[in-house]
Design a protein around this ligand. Structure first.
Ligand SMILES: [Zn+2]
Length: 404
């Protein structure tokens, strides 16, 4: 399809400015919630984290790698300990048989990882059902997700962010509390969950009372500080299963409201593959909500938001808000790509009909037909430096694909 004449394109853009849909709002819960998930079944979760949880009467969700227990791998909890976790009222999720990258497996291997782990947990721990999966490394593509949907009612990723009542339950977001994450940062996340009535899922791995040596190790005393903060703030604590029961149980995104790529965090299965200097949690210059994207478009660097695949035919236009920072005038190109070939591209200033302005938010609305991107599978959305030089910082927010 040929590109529309420039003037015509500007007209289309202006038309969509005036017909812009109302701002999206994720549906809040009746109150903020926090879930503690402990991934992999490390022995130190039992010996160090469990006493802190039990002392505060806080149940957690343990995501267990079942072959580690079945074969008594060193460093992991044993069967008796796993049974004790159940007796003490904790929630158990499957974290597969062997913790592989699920996207790298044959169909038979994938089936075994999903199905055999669940069956083992049900039999060995006497559980009536194990409906929830914690995805190893948070890696799930289209075929993996199709298989997960057949065997589980939900899956939790490691994409950062919070969850809402209308969050898709196969894309649960969770914040990883690695060694380098200070207690104050986690406290900020808890405050945010309370303020916006969202559901914060925290992920922990190993624990130590000494000096952490691995990124996945966390100081037990800092873990205790986080639990104390959760309790003193009075935020509701739920297991993964309890939190899920309070959602709408949405298994597909609601396309009538638009499919958000970013608002306050990446949404709807988009992952951050950016290689430019950037932040997805900029709080100084924000269009709506609590955070925006800060982007320094230098020397062909770019933002890249990756999805396992969206049918472009479901969407009519792409909308994003841009802010030129203190200087403005940035040369930045939007590129839609299917991973193998270009679907469509346009410069943001062209789409705007003028330079990106400093000090103000401007809405850029791009009908997909205007860039020839009406069919195909959208996997990559780029915002890339189009100057090859050093450009000043700019901001983006509320990036959404709108339906027909
Ligand atoms: Zn894991």
């Amino acid at each position: 399809m040929s590109r529309p004449h420039g003037m015509y394109r500007r007209l289309i853009t202006l038309l969509f400015l005036s017909l812009a849909a109302p701002a999206f709002a994720a549906k809040p819960f009746t109150e903020g919630m926090v879930t503690i998930t402990l991934d992999d079944g490390w022995a130190t979760q039992y010996s160090l984290a469990r006493p802190e949880l039990n002392a505060r009467n806080l149940p957690a969700t343990y995501g267990l790698v079942t072959l580690a227990i079945h074969e008594s791998w060193a460093g992991y909890i044993n069967l008796t300990q796993a049974q004790t976790l159940v007796t003490e009222g904790n929630d158990i999720a499957s974290h597969t048989l062997t913790h592989p990258d699920l996207t790298s497996l044959s169909p038979a291997q994938l089936l075994a990882e999903l199905q055999d782990s669940r069956t083992w947990l049900e039999n060995a721990l006497g559980l009536p059902a194990v409906p929830n999966l914690i995805v190893p490394y948070g890696l799930q593509n289209g075929p993996v997700l199709d298989a997960i949907r057949q065997h589980y009612a939900s899956s939790r990723t490691v994409n950062a962010g919070r969850n809402f009542r209308d969050t898709v339950v196969y894309e649960l977001r969770a914040n990883d509390v690695a060694r380098t994450v200070p207690v104050s940062t986690v406290q900020g996340w808890v405050d945010q969950a309370i303020a916006e009535k969202s559901w914060l899922i925290l992920v922990f791995h190993e624990f130590t009372n000494g000096t952490p040596t691995r990124d996945t190790e966390y100081l037990t005393s800092q873990f205790a500080d986080i639990l104390d903060y959760v309790q003193t703030q009075g935020v509701r604590t739920v297991t993964l299963a309890e939190g899920l029961a309070l959602t709408e149980g949405r298994t597909e995104p609601d396309l009538t409201a638009g499919l958000f790529v970013y608002n306050d965090a990446l949404q709807n299965g988009f992952a951050d593959w950016s290689w430019a200097d950037h932040s997805l949690d900029e709080t100084g210059v924000v269009h709506t909500g609590s955070a925006s994207i800060r982007f320094e478009p230098d020397t062909w660097n770019g933002l890249l938001f990756h999805h396992h695949g969206l049918d472009l035919a479901d969407h009519q236009s792409l909308r994003v808000w841009v802010h030129g920072g203190t200087v403005g005038g940035q040369a930045v190109r939007l590129v839609l790509h299917d991973g193998a070939q270009l679907l469509g591209t346009i410069r943001l200033d062209t789409a705007l009909g003028g330079p990106i302005a400093p000090g103000v938010w401007q809405q850029v609305s791009i009908p997909l037909a205007s860039i020839g991107a009406t069919t195909g599978t959208l996997r990559d959305i780029y915002f890339q430096d189009d100057s090859g030089t050093d450009q000043p910082v700019m901001y983006l927010d509320d990036l959404v694909l709108l339906p027909h």
